[in-house]
Design a protein around this ligand. Structure first.
Ligand SMILES: *Cc1c(COP(=O)(O)O)cnc(C)c1O
Length: 357
């Protein structure tokens, strides 16, 4: 794939303290774009200065939500290089998400090439302060101008870059979780395993209610029985009970997280037994009441590891822990050590970005 590059003549100032950048509100100087039409296929791959898009108001994405996305990070290592974390896993997941929505497929090496070239061009934007990184946001959406409910013919693919601080302000600290027993996020056969915007639209109301009650995140139960634990907001979830790790199985309504996959590998290699299975909320309540629950944490690219300190289910509040548990802390230290290049990477998870475009 040939990528045309048009460099900005007005580079923006970089954030003075990227740790305070929040998450995804500041963008770098450039973005990647390419278009799909049935006659030309993917075409006009280009990197252009960051600017608002001009899109017809009748584009189907605004009306019927045909959109999928990804999220991964670029890290600056102590020797000044920059590297991505498991980018091909994101590429393959995005293809699966696109397939679910019937957005056009693309060559995996083209997406990787687009990310690598864009990051190489804007690599001065990768911050070096502790806990900071550059977030990569690929998006594909339907650009057909058509209010009829037809199959998708044209699409746009774009990649944005955003320097980010710590996802949860205050760094690694236990978060509080409201277990949602009314709304559901996804059902089997639906789009739960796809990273698509609609899943987040469906989650908004519960997230708002949790926030009103003073909770950080929502924990979702399955859509059929409202009994089996699925995941937390934009994170997968893990529990340590009697020394064993339990995490919900990927049944189709849970997003297959790359952080989840990495944690499972690290935990197994450390000698832990990891069970991927259905995990009923009543089993969690029992483990909380009996003191057998040792730790709980969320895991996802944005926050990496987020220890859980408090649960609320049907107005029962379980003040579980005020500290970061040792296993969650170890996972955080190990994963971020590999990502920031302060620990060796025996798995080949890191992907170096060239110094030159
Ligand atoms: C992105 C996402 C995750 C975490 O996936 P990672 O690949 O680890 O970042 C978990 N749940 C949902 C709903 C997500 O959108």
């Amino acid at each position: 794939m040939e990528i045309k590059i048009c460099r900005t003549t007005h580079p923006a100032p970089k954030p003075e303290d990227p740790r305070k950048a929040g998450f995804g509100t500041i963008f770098t100087d450039h973005m990647f774009l390419m278009d799909y039409s049935p006659d030309k296929g993917w075409h006009d791959a280009r990197i252009v200065p960051m600017a608002p898009l001009s899109i017809h108001p009748g584009a189907a994405v605004f009306h019927y939500g045909a959109e999928v996305f990804e999220g991964l990070k670029v890290y600056r290592t102590p020797d000044g290089h920059v590297q991505m974390f498991r980018p091909m896993d994101n590429v393959e997941r995005m293809r699966n998400s696109a397939e679910r929505i019937q957005l056009p497929d693309f060559k995996p090496e083209d997406m990787l090439d687009a990310m690598r070239t864009l990051v190489a061009l804007d690599q001065d934007w990768v911050p070096s302060a502790p806990g900071t990184s550059l977030y990569v946001r690929p998006v594909e959406f339907c650009s057909d101008v058509d209010l009829g409910l037809h199959s998708i013919t044209s699409a746009t693919f774009m990649i944005l870059l955003s320097p980010v601080g710590s996802y949860l302000s205050g760094g690694l600290r236990p978060v509080s979780i409201l277990i949602e027993d009314q709304d559901v996020r996804a059902v089997r056969g639906g789009t739960g395993y796809a990273k698509c915007g609609g899943n987040y639209a469906a989650a908004n109301r519960a997230a708002y209610r949790a926030e009103q009650k003073g909770y950080d995140q929502v924990l979702w139960l399955d859509g059929v029985n409202r009994r089996y634990i699925e995941e937390v907001g934009g994170m997968n979830v893990m529990f340590k009970i009697d020394g064993k790790i339990v995490t919900p199985a990927l049944t189709g309504s849970v997003l297959p997280g790359i952080t989840r996959r990495s944690c499972i590998q690290l935990l197994k290699d450390k000698g832990y037994e990891v069970e991927e299975r259905l995990f009923p909320v009543d089993e969690l309540e029992e483990a909380l009441a009996s003191g057998h629950l040792e730790e709980a944490w969320g895991c996802g690219t944005a926050a990496v590891i987020s220890p859980i300190g408090k649960f609320c289910y049907k107005d029962h509040v379980y003040e579980f822990s005020k500290e970061n548990g040792p296993c969650a802390q170890w996972l955080y230290d190990t994963l971020t050590g590999i990502q920031w290049g302060t620990l060796p990477d025996p798995y080949g998870w890191t992907y170096p970005i060239p110094k030159e475009v």
